[in-house]
Design a protein around this ligand. Structure first.
Ligand code: FA5
Ligand code: MG
Length: 410
């Protein structure tokens, strides 16, 4: 079954993804349900809410404040291929060899050499190497994850990068850019002076607060210190929405080592990555992430490509009743991960699976076998499901789980 994966029909020796063939190996864990989503190209459908949001983001970066003698500073990229190498997704970003984010239980690998990008940061290095100083880069990203209203194995990100030359930083700070023999502190990297790090960080936060205001109008925001292997210092931006603080993006001052390796050793820069679904859910009041994949006209007709942003508010259609089913099993395979189970649920139940909750988990004190009980909430977005059809799906799920994940049903 590969690395805890449910690889669909794993008797096929090659995987076909976007017209290319990839030889399967023991890292392959991409599922047909995910590959099928790769043609959707939601960002290119003019009236899709994600496309509307992205257009407004792109529009912000074309405003006068981001022009130099009338020319846009930021170029916009939407066509970078989602199949990348682990080198692009991890190594180029200084993510250590043993970092947990590389695990096959969190990522979709085509084989040991290729994977579906887990973030748009995978393209930072190549775009900088190509000579760009400022860009945004948007596309679909893929992660093996839990199933609930805000998680889907495919979502979309926009990456932003801006580099500054030594002259530009000098103009902002009036002092030198690079530090000699300094050590890293919470405020700056070893090769940056503190004034450089502060000026770049300030420009980053001003740019992003401006973006949020461009999209939302006045809204309460706060910056939270955080950690990424590819930026330092790093922050997350949270916005207050209906009484709750929501994380919408991660960002920071780019690690100089990344710029050096990409041939921009005489520049400093910032980068950010934001989740388009999260922003769109908040901005338009969309309650469930599955709706972005809906073909239901009651959903799609509510979004008009030329409507002013502030006028777009989703009116949910009535919710249909859920149907809950539990499944319990003993695990006999060390490679089992909870995400390998949720992948099987996605493959068998498709978008009828609204939520998967781990409701019980224990290890038998004598045999050492692990046990899991999951509750699956089935619900359709556009009709009432019958107990009969869900029983059939649940039966299929039990068979597939037993067969592919090497578990013993209880
Ligand atoms: C990253 O992906 C970093 N690459 C962001 C970054 C870029 C940091 C450049 C610094 C410099 P993170 O995993 O936190 O970080 O995801 C970034 C954003 O994507 C989150 O803030 C959130 O808005 C969105 N996001 C993350 N996971 C999901 C998910 N499962 N479903 C929907 N949106 C998600
Ligand atoms: Mg995060």
């Amino acid at each position: 079954a590969g690395a805890g994966g449910s690889s669909g029909d794993s008797s096929e020796r090659v995987l076909r993804v976007l017209g290319q063939e990839y030889a399967r190996d023991n890292m392959s864990n991409v599922t047909p349900a995910v590959v099928q989503r790769m043609d959707a190209d939601l960002l290119s459908q003019p009236s899709h809410p994600l496309a509307i949001l992205l257009r407004h983001i792109e529009e912000y970066f074309q405003q006068d404040q981001f022009r130099h003698f009338g020319r846009c500073i930021f170029s916009s990229h939407r066509n970078m291929k989602p199949v990348v190498t682990p080198q692009q997704n991890f190594d180029s970003l200084l993510i250590p060899q043993d970092h947990p984010s590389r695990s096959p239980s969190d990522n979709y690998y085509l084989n040991k050499d290729f994977m579906l990008r887990a973030h748009t940061s995978a393209h930072q290095s190549e775009l900088i190497s190509s000579g760009l100083n400022a860009f945004i880069c948007s596309g679909d990203v893929y992660r093996r994850d839990e199933i609930d209203r805000s998680h889907y194995p495919v979502f979309h990100q926009t990456e932003g990068v801006r580099l500054f030359s030594i002259d530009e930083v000098n103009k902002m700070t009036g002092s030198s850019v690079f530090a000699q023999h300094a050590s890293r502190s919470p405020e700056h990297q070893e090769s940056h002076t503190i004034t450089t790090a502060q000026a770049v960080g300030r420009d980053l936060r001003t740019t992003l607060s401006g973006l949020v205001e461009h999209l939302f109008g006045p809204v309460e925001q706060r910056w939270v210190d955080c950690y990424f292997p590819f930026t330092h210092p790093s922050w997350e931006l949270e916005i207050l929405f209906e009484g709750e603080w929501l994380e919408v993006l991660g960002c920071g001052v780019m690690e100089q080592e990344i710029l050096d390796a990409a041939g921009a050793d005489n520049k400093v820069g910032w980068a950010f990555g934001l989740g388009l679904e999260r922003l769109a859910m908040v901005l338009f009041g969309i309650p469930d992430i599955r709706l972005f994949w809906s073909k239901d006209p009651r959903f799609l007709s509510q979004f008009k490509h030329d409507a002013p942003l502030a006028s777009i508010k989703f009116k949910p259609f009535s919710k249909y009743p859920p149907c809950n089913k539990d499944i319990s099993f003993w695990i006999d395979d060390d490679a089992f991960s909870d995400n390998s189970f949720t992948d099987v649920v996605r493959s068998v139940a498709g978008d009828l699976a609204e939520h998967v909750a781990l409701i019980d988990s224990f290890t038998h004190p004598k045999t050492g076998r692990r046990s899991r009980t999951f509750r699956i909430v089935y619900r359709s977005m556009d009709r009432t499901v019958t107990n009969e059809e869900i029983n059939e799906i649940q039966e299929q799920l039990r068979k597939t789980v037993a067969h592919e994940l090497h578990v013993e049903l209880r």
